[in-house]
Ligand binder design. Structure first.
Ligand code: AMP
Length: 295
């Protein structure tokens, strides 16, 4: 059963959100499905694609907009992370969200957390290595939100492929009664992966940042040519370094979703697992991530 009201409702408290979802489930009956899209807001077409998918697959779509302080390091951009509730509301409404949960930090964290959630293994490399504590913060907020919303399905973008691996593993390890649905990366017409952080880029940085998607686009061809993991990362890094403003954090090739290194001498086209080619590169103060999944 679809919600009859077209305009989404903004909800600020956990109690209010729970009661609205319960009301829906009561009204819609046992076949009712609730889809959930967690975000940090400043919504773009990538977020909208998740909301649309949820709206197509579920009777009720809940969107959360919450910049989670726990997942930012001390020198990261929590304070200056872009926020725009009005714009978020418009994008969410257009994409088909029904309830928009926009809590204050105090609502989510009324007192310091004494509970932590740490997913080992899949968090050891990539962003887990560059941003210590980041995935612990993500695991806590996603668990809290899943406990609050209790959705049938939760939608996550493969733009953050490691995050999908971490959340899926956590949900399996802890028997969370939710289906984690990975969704494809949405890009601008010029190839740049959409991100709320793209607004930080100067025109020159943005133009040089196109090298990321250009390098990733060549990956299938390089794999076909017989590249091993070190050869592939080398080729990608060399191409990125032709841009003077690019400062590489990492370029890595790992199995997916286990995120384990592949044998260094193995031509990647002979690998049995899916392969994730992921990178993080700074342009000025802005750290961008992008990736491609093969197989
Ligand atoms: P964020 O607001 O950056 O925390 O992202 C919220 C959700 O949207 C996450 O599941 C992201 O992976 C997803 N997302 C962000 N950017 C994109 C994109 N360009 N394409 C697809 N999904 C995205």
């Amino acid at each position: 059963m679809k919600m009859t009201v077209a305009a989404p409702e903004v909800v600020r408290t956990i109690a209010d959100l729970r009661s609205k979802i319960a009301e829906y489930r009561l009204r819609a009956g046992p076949a009712a499905k609730v889809g959930f899209v967690p975000t940090m807001g400043y919504l773009h077409e990538g977020h909208a694609s998740l909301i649309r998918r949820s709206a197509a697959e579920n009777g009720l779509t809940v969107l959360s907009v919450f910049v989670n302080p726990l997942q930012f390091g001390p020198n990261e951009d929590f304070e200056r992370y872009p926020r725009d509730e009005k714009r978020d509301y418009a994008v969410a409404a257009e994409a088909g969200a029904n309830l928009i949960f926009m809590p204050q930090v105090e609502e989510m964290y009324p007192r310091p957390m004494q509970t932590s959630i740490s997913v080992r293994g899949v968090t050891e490399r990539l962003c887990g290595a560059s941003r210590p504590g980041h995935f612990d913060g993500v695991a806590v907020v996603v668990t809290k939100l899943l406990n609050i919303v209790a959705p049938d399905r939760a939608y996550f973008g493969l733009k953050d492929a490691q995050q999908v691996a971490v959340i899926s593993r956590m949900a399996e390890d802890l028997n969370m009664p939710v289906e984690i649905v990975p969704c494809p990366i949405v890009r601008d017409a010029d190839g740049l992966a959409l991100s709320s952080r793209n607004v930080y880029l100067s025109a020159e940085e943005r133009s040089q940042a196109l090298v990321l998607s250009q390098a990733l686009k060549k990956v299938p061809e390089w794999i076909e040519d017989g590249a091993t993991a070190p050869e592939l990362t080398g080729r990608i890094a060399r191409l990125i370094r032709t841009k003077p403003l690019a400062d590489i954090d990492y370029v890595e090739v790992l199995s997916y979703p286990a995120l384990e290194p592949l044998a260094e001498t193995l031509p990647l086209k002979q690998a049995r697992e899916r392969i994730l080619v992921a990178l993080a590169v700074r342009f000025g103060k802005t750290r961008l991530i992008d990736n491609v999944l093969i197989g």
